[in-house]
Design a protein around this ligand. Structure first.
Ligand SMILES: Cc1ncc(COP(=O)(O)O)c(C=O)c1O
Length: 380
């Protein structure tokens, strides 16, 4: 199988699994227990917190473990808007992940002022539309990198323009793909997920800058300094630690390799698949994502394309959700102002550190043949 759906999830690194195993077996203690077994589990959790914090430029007390990116994104909005009355307004980009968009909508329904920051036709937030939100009682949420088209947002510039506002960035797709440090970006909140960087599913983290009052969105236990109740998932946390360590220590090598293969993919697609349209910009994009459409996308069935690739052992995905047999243009494509044919049948290729040149070449050959066949079938 050729797996090019690494933005959905990645294969767990064997070293991650190896580090986790003792905590699923003999070291099964609850970190809140006083006995030796519990104390060893506590040490494992706190070591992980310390190392992850160090690798992202944070202090350990600023890292809260969560069940993943979705929970962390929800927690930021809910803590600022509902659990505490920290903000009057919440503003997010139009291409955020639904785990930001939905809680923001809820905040609007419950009486907060809500606004959307538009993006340009390439998928970059419009900086000229941001300055107006520089207010102490405003939460701004702009993702570091988009999961569909891979654009990297100018978070540092947003911070400079809005130094008074609270700033959150969803770094689920960027951590381990491009340099990321909370201290360099100057943000107040950041979201991470382990399974996007060869770690286990069901674990992630939320960075909350020291001094910001953060209210638990989940209650009933004093874990995570009273900010997230629930017994810590020790094995998952240890796996997350190893995944982040490897992703960041090998970052330069991984980044260069993936970008080379992504560029090769782009060049081969342009050469061998007539009418291909690229939605991922050449500059300021993640090294591992390439999102494409087709000039005649309204005459190609996007789902049929994905299924045909799957039948040939190639796993990719689209950005569009399919409901009741009609393929809907994704909210990201719509936000880019793309509702024409090229937004109808789309493919997101997402590479990993393990992707090979042979896989890229085979994928393009296979896709070229499938597209040609589909076009021929229409002319019969
Ligand atoms: C940008 C972004 N944010 C948040 C999430 C949710 O993360 P998790 O799967 O850990 O809940 C995803 C996962 O697809 C994502 O791509």
């Amino acid at each position: 199988m050729i797996y090019l759906d690494n933005s959905a999830t990645t294969k767990m690194d064997p070293e991650v699994l190896e580090a986790m195993l003792p905590y699923l077996q003999e070291e099964f203690g609850n970190p809140s227990s006083i006995h030796q077994l519990g104390r060893r589990a506590r040490v494992a959790v706190e070591n992980a917190r310390e190392e992850i914090a160090h690798l992202i430029g944070a202090h350990p007390s600023e890292v809260i473990f969560t069940s993943g990116g979705t929970e962390a994104n929800n927690a930021v909005v809910k803590s600022c808007c509902f659990e505490s009355d920290l903000v009057d307004r919440v503003v997010c980009s139009s291409i955020e992940h639904p785990s930001v968009l939905r809680p923001v909508e809820t905040a609007g329904r419950l009486g907060k002022d809500v606004a959307t920051i538009p993006v340009d036709s390439q998928g970059f937030v419009r900086l000229d539309a941001i300055e107006q939100w520089n207010d102490r009682r405003t939460l701004i949420s702009v993702m570091h990198a988009n999961n569909e088209i891979g654009t990297i947002q100018p978070v540092e510039k947003i911070r400079a323009l809005c130094s008074d506002a609270l700033l959150h960035t969803d770094a689920v797709q960027s951590l381990g793909k491009i340099p990321f440090r909370v201290d360099h970006l100057g943000i107040d909140f950041a979201t991470f997920s382990a399974h996007k960087l060869h770690g286990p599913k069901g674990i992630g983290a939320l960075y909350v800058r020291r001094g910001i009052p953060f209210k638990a969105h989940q209650e009933g236990g004093s874990q995570e300094r009273n900010r997230r109740a629930g017994t810590e998932a020790v094995a998952l946390i240890v796996g997350f630690q190893v995944a982040v360590r490897k992703a960041i220590t090998e970052l330069e090598h991984r980044q260069r390799r993936m970008a080379q293969l992504r560029d090769l993919l782009r060049a081969l697609l342009a050469e061998k698949v007539p009418g291909v349209v690229f939605h991922t910009p050449v500059e300021n994009a993640l090294p591992n994502i390439l999102h494409i459409g087709f000039e005649d996308g309204d005459r190609l069935d996007g789902d049929a394309l994905l299924l045909a690739l799957d039948m040939q052992g190639i796993a990719v995905s689209s950005g569009s959700a399919c409901s009741a047999g009609t393929v809907q243009v994704s909210h990201v494509m719509k936000a880019l102002g793309k509702s024409g044919p090229a937004a109808k049948a789309v493919i997101r290729f997402s590479l990993s550190k393990d992707t090979t040149e042979e896989e890229i070449r085979a994928t393009v050959e296979t896709l070229a043949a499938i597209v040609e066949e589909m076009r021929m079938a229409q002319h019969v």
